[in-house]
Design a protein around this ligand. Structure first.
Ligand code: 4NP
Length: 162
């Protein structure tokens, strides 16, 4: 059974699809395809069914990373489906936790930047209303966070297979 990751932002068209694409890229490079699987979702329903924002797609493409998901809204079933839920910012974190009022799944919900080892920012900034530089910054942060996340998960894979 694969280790299941869910990346969550507000719209599921910028940050979380980029996190999903970057993580899939690192998983493939590490030869761990099939052992870790990724999905993404938004806390809002604003863009359900949409492809990733073309500015995000372009920034990822420049680093050789394809993005290919369709936006969907986070729902309470995701707490049982996924092993770890990564919120891009504190608002996302609180909106996710609001769907788990008893805190039963709180241990599965983390802030993405907790896994950064090179960047000091504690949240992935929302790039939607800014310029191209914001999208590049998101990619840089997410490459750092995804690399840290992969290192954290790797030791857990062996125990899951046995
Ligand atoms: P995301 O970015 O949460 O990273 O997908 C946004 C996308 C859309 C909106 C805000 C942020 N919006 O307000 O429509």
């Amino acid at each position: 059974m694969s280790y299941k990751l869910l990346f969550v932002c507000l719209g599921n068209i910028c940050r979380s699809p980029a996190a999903e694409g970057i993580m899939n890229h690192l998983i493939k490079q590490a030869g761990l395809s099939g052992q870790i699987t990724c999905d993404s979702a938004g806390t809002s329903s604003y863009h359900v069914g949409s492809s990733p924002d073309r500015r995000m797609t372009a920034a990822a493409h420049q680093r050789g990373i394809p993005l290919g998901s369709r936006a969907r809204q986070f729902n309470a079933d995701d707490f049982t489906t996924f092993d770890l839920i990564l919120a891009m910012d504190r608002d996302n974190y609180l909106d996710i936790c609001a769907l788990d009022p008893d805190g039963k799944y709180r241990h599965k919900v983390r802030l993405m930047c907790d896994f950064c080892t090179h960047h000091a920012l504690r949240e992935v900034p929302d790039p939607y209303y800014g310029g191209a530089e914001g999208f590049n910054q998101v990619i840089d942060l997410l490459i750092d966070a995804c690399a840290g996340l992969l290192e954290e998960i790797k030791p857990q894979l062996a125990t899951r297979q046995s």
